[in-house]
Design a protein around this ligand. Structure first.
Ligand code: NAD
Ligand code: TDX
Length: 348
């Protein structure tokens, strides 16, 4: 069975491709990725050799309808798992249009290719989405699948638009669409612009760790392996046209995450984990910064049997260790263009 994984050279996608190839021997995986700044072939190192005949990489832009339709003709996929996206909120503040193009037009292009290709045969489209489509919570409550969409950033608005298109293709054309909405992921191969790997790279470089606002904003965290276990379950057990929230009931405020990282990093360097706040600088807040996210994953637990396995403290310690051991990886992905981006967001 052929399965197309878009965005398979990115953080969550590459972890998913490894999991799928090792746990689903009947699948042949075709990674479709444009290799933007966030997509890196090194993330897929060794797969061609280990899984020869079951793995193909195709460089393509999901918004390029000719390229996508050709891939559907060549591969006749039974499943599409759509991870490809512009994924970083701060970049969507600097330049929203790439987000509209990839996340909205790209998703529409894939949905339409699937609609045409699956006229005579069944196929499933798994739309990978985010809790950010629900907007911000106050100090209490949690997002359920019935929470109205109220995105705050161009990123989350583009993801909400993509979700609505996917649901419309289900209602109008009967396309077999399932949507998962997950909370903040962490783990290996995450691009060092996101909170956890960014803070680790700053510490290693001897720079202060820039926390937005007062650091009290809350995010709900899940290890990337647990997210991807949920995606596999949604592919295999999800009901057509349904949305499933994925989360591990693990809320933390940002300042606590940064202090936990500092403890792990100082200890790893053989230094006493004291005077943590001297490593932190509070910087200008992100415009439209959502206060709090919290996912209620009851529906996925009940219907899919979803059970996250990674305890946050263990997952975080392993992640820190991975970044310390793979400094070459994150230095390589930090190109000149990346350094330019950092100076735009955080100042020189
Ligand atoms: P990422 O930025 O690490 O990777 C995105 C991948 O998509 C890269 O490989 C990039 O090259 C590719 N891509 C971008 N534009 C493309 C285009 N036009 N055509 C083809 N490929 C393109 O992102 P990630 O963190 O791995 O997120 C993957 C998905 O999961 C996204 O849809 C994101 O919205 C969603 N998500 C992420 C998180 C999180 O915490 N990171 C949480 C919930 C949902
Ligand atoms: O330097 C920083 N300082 C800081 O205080 C950075 C990069 C982030 N933050 C804060 C902002 C957020 O409250 O940390 C929190 C997490 O920030 P990000 O890692 O940028 O993630 P977030 O904005 O929450 O979005 C993420 O989760 C949902 C992913 O990037 C999205 O792709 C996903 O959909």
């Amino acid at each position: 069975m052929n399965i197309i994984v878009t965005g398979g050279a990115g953080f969550i996608g590459s972890n998913f491709v490894r999991m799928a190839l090792s746990q689903r021997p009947e699948w042949r995986v075709i990674v479709v990725d444009a290799l933007t700044y966030a997509g890196n072939l090194e993330n897929l190192d060794g797969l061609e050799k280990t899984y020869s005949g079951r793995y193909r990489f195709a460089k393509a832009d999901v918004a390029d309808s000719a390229a996508i339709e050709k891939l559907f003709e060549q591969e006749s996929p039974s499943i599409v798992v759509h991870f490809a996206a512009e994924s970083h909120v701060d970049r969507s503040v600097l330049g929203p249009m790439d987000f509209v193009r990839t996340n909205v037009l790209g998703t529409a292009t894939l949905l339409d290719a699937a609609r045409k290709s699956w006229r005579d045969k069944a196929g499933r489209f798994l739309q990978i989405s985010t809790d950010e489509v629900y907007g911000a919570l106050g100090d209490t409550g949690a997002f359920t699948e019935a929470t109205p969409l109220a995105p705050s950033s161009p990123y989350s608005a583009s993801k909400a638009s993509a979700d609505l298109l996917a649901l419309a293709y289900h209602k109008t054309f009967g396309l077999d669409v399932v949507i998962t909405r997950c909370c903040n992921n962490y783990g290996p191969y995450q691009f060092p612009e996101k909170l956890i790997p960014f803070m680790i790279s700053r510490f290693v470089d001897g720079e202060k760790l820039p926390v937005y606002g007062n650091g009290m904003n809350v995010r709900d965290w899940i290890h990337v392996e647990d997210h991807n276990r949920g995606v596999l379950l949604a592919i295999e057990k999800g009901r057509p046209g349904e949305v499933y929230n994925l989360g591990a009931r693990c809320e933390r405020n940002n300042i606590d995450i940064v202090r936990s990282l500092l403890k792990l990093l100082l200890t790893a360097k053989g230094k006493p984990a004291v005077d943590l706040d001297s490593h932190i600088t509070f910087v200008k807040d992100r415009p439209g910064h959502d206060w709090r996210y919290a996912i209620d994953p009851s529906k996925a637990e009940r219907e899919l049997g979803f059970r996250p396995e990674v305890r946050f403290e263990e997952g975080l310690a392993k992640t820190v260790q991975w970044y310390l051991e793979n400094e070459k990886w994150w230095r390589d992905v930090q190109s000149g263009a990346y350094r330019d981006y950092v100076s735009k967001v955080y100042g020189a």
